[in-house]
Design a protein around this ligand. Structure first.
Ligand code: DC
Length: 226
């Protein structure tokens, strides 16, 4: 398959803490592509719901207000941004409170429908690495490159705890496993390995190695067919 960098779409799905964000940003930076973190969009909606006192476990209440937050995603891999109603929430969406509430919010079909439309709008211009749970299966199944990243739960918890400066690896692993369970078990657009996706188990690789592997898949997709 021959393509060009300006129009290519790289879809990267996988479990929480498998190294998707760092890998996708690294590949986008290396190849001069844009970067979209769709998890940040789900987190931003979740932040807005919490901020407005909406019960995140009441799917009807969440669905009733899903059109209200005005989201804006910046796609520069060296400094991705996410704003809601004009306020930068890049840090606010990473709190424990949001992390615990985001899986239930992202099971609500109306939330997924709204974000799906926004994601397709951003991806449409091409030249982008997109990370999430359902990018290769639902959002952009026609992506030229699809990868599915996983890692051993203990390794994921250790990395995440290190990033967050936490020493409680056991609790981190428990939260990750619970998010995996909800993300994989939901009825709408569950986390799955998409058709045609290359599975990369990142457990025993360094970040740089995974970036090189994924960048290699992109370069391969750009080569003219023999
Ligand atoms: O990638 P992340 O951990 O920041 O994602 C936060 C949550 O958003 C995750 O638990 C599931 C949800 N999500 C989703 O349902 N679909 C996506 N494409 C991206 C994220």
């Amino acid at each position: 398959m021959a393509g060009d960098l300006g129009s290519i779409v790289v879809a990267v799905d996988g479990t929480s803490g498998s190294g998707k964000s760092s890998t996708c940003r690294g590949v986008a930076e290396r190849l001069g592509l844009r970067y979209l973190d769709t998890g940040a969009m789900f987190r931003a909606v979740t932040w807005w719901m919490l901020h407005h006192g909406v019960d995140v476990h009441d799917s009807e209440a969440v669905a009733a207000r899903v059109d209200e937050p005005v989201l804006s995603s910046g796609t520069d891999p060296t400094g991705p941004t996410i704003a809601v109603d004009g306020t930068d929430v890049s840090a606010a969406i990473r709190t424990d409170e949001v992390t615990r509430a985001v899986s239930p919010v992202s099971t609500v079909p109306a939330v997924r429908a709204r974000l799906l439309a926004m994601q397709r709008d951003i991806i449409g211009a091409g030249g982008i690495v997109v990370e999430g749970r359902d990018i290769g299966s639902v959002v952009w199944p026609q992506a030229e490159v699809k990868a599915y990243l996983t890692a051993d739960p203990a390794a994921r918890a250790a990395r995440r705890a290190l990033e967050e400066g936490s020493s409680d690896v056991g609790t981190t692993e428990q939260v990750l496993r619970e998010r995996d369970r909800i993300d994989s078990g939901r009825a709408t657009a569950p986390l799955v390995q998409a058709d045609g996706a290359v599975h990369l188990d990142t457990t025993s690789y360094s970040l740089d190695e995974v970036i090189t592997l994924l960048a290699g898949l992109v370069e391969q997709a750009l080569e003219p067919a023999p």
